[in-house]
Design a protein around this ligand. Structure first.
Ligand code: TGC
Ligand code: FAD
Length: 389
């Protein structure tokens, strides 16, 4: 008997162009060859070979791939989303590396930077020779970045940055940090080479989630920067929030990659594992779990593709990004947990991906705006009544 893949159930491929299918296949191969064989080991040791991976992903054209010029591939947003999906089918940590590099650090420089900043940093970052990070969150300012305490003070023509950033992906492996700080005229962004005196990055250890990802604290202690370090095009919170819209978009697709990998693992396991003299896939309760998770995956894929088409048409609104991130991460986490249950005791082992994905998705639910914040963004859009504060 033949089985229908979860993607085929919704005829997802029929919605993709030849170019999108080709990009998806390329990324799938990169993940199969270079991520899947190693990811359980990286996860267990809590060590990601970030520099080696960045160069590999750069040579595959995946860093800042949806940006134009400066060595970037200039693909559609939908193609970028599909790449995020395949990367996150490997591990959310690998997709995080790419999101932070391309959608946060490179996007900030591409959109708000001057010509010299773009010409210097973007080609290096697109190739993976330089790694970027994005410092917005602080120990006391997470969901409410407007409450940040980091300061940027003028000293002649220079700037002096002081403060602490927390939970920063890629932080301690980064060559350049895009740092947001409060200046006299509001929140401004700075391009900070990480070898600047006064800048230190300390790796966060003992994580139970996103273990195959570098997470760090950034300390800025009197970091002196020339005037040329300021991102001239970003003023106020809309600067960093504009970058977040980009990264959240990638997560809408990425989460579905994690969900797909869980479902594929669960179907494979359920067909081969026998109890009571039959494959557990033959029991109605198992089939209900598989059917329900396949429906959430299919609906999430359709939503992601719809939002991708809107973004490529220049018509995607922030509240639509919030709706997509809220739904797809929440549902992916549900899919991962349900699939884990199908694997019984084996499901708690690193040999199988669903619990690793579920643990990762706990971070994905929190970063780039928690599910509560995205609920409030959608609530605000529906009622015109902001309920954040
Ligand atoms: P609010 O007054 O609503 O807005 C301030 C200004 O920003 C504009 N804006 C946006 N612009 C672009 N995209 C968006 N999504 C935007 N949302 C708002 C807004 O129009 C306004 O512009 P202007 O010109 O009028 O000044 O700001 P608020 O202080 O009330 O906050 C709203 C809220 C709560 C939604 C916002 O603060 C928020 O999104 N909080 C969540 C914080 C967050 O997501 N942090 C993520 C940090 S980075 C990260 O997690 C990376 S993990 C990556 C990985 O490893 O993959
Ligand atoms: P808090 O804001 O303290 O929230 C705690 C709880 O309170 C949450 O459930 C939240 O939803 C809820 N809450 C807060 N306000 C409200 C409200 N108004 N109404 C209802 N509920 C509310 N940040 C960066 O800048 N760069 C990075 O690269 C980065 N990478 C990260 C990587 C990882 C692995 C993680 C876990 C986080 C990362 N972050 C990064 C930080 C992330 O964006 C924040 O953790 C997130 O924005 C939430 O902030 P917080 O952890 O301070 O939680």
């Amino acid at each position: 008997a033949t089985t229908v893949t979860p993607d085929a159930l919704f005829a997802i491929d029929s919605l993709l162009t030849e170019e999108e299918l080709a990009i998806r296949e390329t990324v799938r191969r990169v993940v199969d060859d270079h991520v899947r064989p190693h990811v359980a080991g990286w996860y267990e040791s809590g060590d990601l070979p970030a520099r080696e991976l960045a160069r590999l992903l750069g040579s595959a054209g995946l860093l800042g791939m949806h940006l134009r010029g400066y060595g970037c591939a200039g693909t559609s947003a939908t193609a970028y989303g599909l790449a995020c999906l395949e990367l996150e089918a490997g591990d959310s940590g690998v997709r995080s590396l790419v999101s932070v590099q391309g959608s946060l650090a490179m996007y900030a420089i591409h959109t708000y930077g001057d010509e010299a900043q773009k010409a210097y940093w973007l080609p290096r970052m697109a190739s993976g020779d330089s790694i970027g990070c994005f410092g917005l969150t602080e120990p006391d300012a997470g969901s409410d970045p407007a409450g940040m305490r980091s300061t940027a003070k003028r000293h002649g023509t220079d700037w002096i940055l002081d403060g602490t950033k927390m939970w920063i992906t890629n932080g301690s492996v980064a060559d350049v940090a895009v740092v947001w700080a409060r200046a006299d005229d509001g929140i401004r962004g700075f391009v900070v080479p990480t070898n600047t005196p006064g800048f230190t990055a300390n790796a966060v250890k003992s994580k139970l989630s996103l273990r195959a990802s570098v997470t760090s604290e950034l300390v800025l202690d009197g970091v002196r920067l020339p005037a040329a370090a300021l991102l001239p095009g970003a003023r106020g919170l809309s600067g960093p929030l504009g970058c977040l819209s980009e990264a959240r978009f990638g997560i809408i697709f990425g989460a579905m990659g994690a969900a797909r990998d869980c479902l594929e693992a669960a179907i494979g396991y359920a067909l081969s594992r026998e109890q009571f003299g039959r494959p557990i896939a033959a029991f109605q309760l198992t089939q209900a779990k598989l059917a329900d998770t396949a429906l959430e995956l299919g609906k999430g894929m359709l939503l992601a593709l719809h939002l991708g088409r809107l973004k490529d048409a220049g018509r995607l609104a922030p509240e639509q990004v919030s709706a997509g991130k809220l739904n797809n991460v929440r549902e992916a986490l549900g899919v991962a947990r349900e699939c884990r249950s199908i694997l019984g005791a084996n499901g708690i082992m690193l040999d199988y991906s669903p619990l690793r994905h579920a643990c990762n998705l706990e971070s994905v639910l929190t970063y780039e705006g928690t599910s509560e914040i995205h609920t409030l963004v959608v609530g605000h859009a529906l009622t015109a009544l902001p309920a954040f504060r």
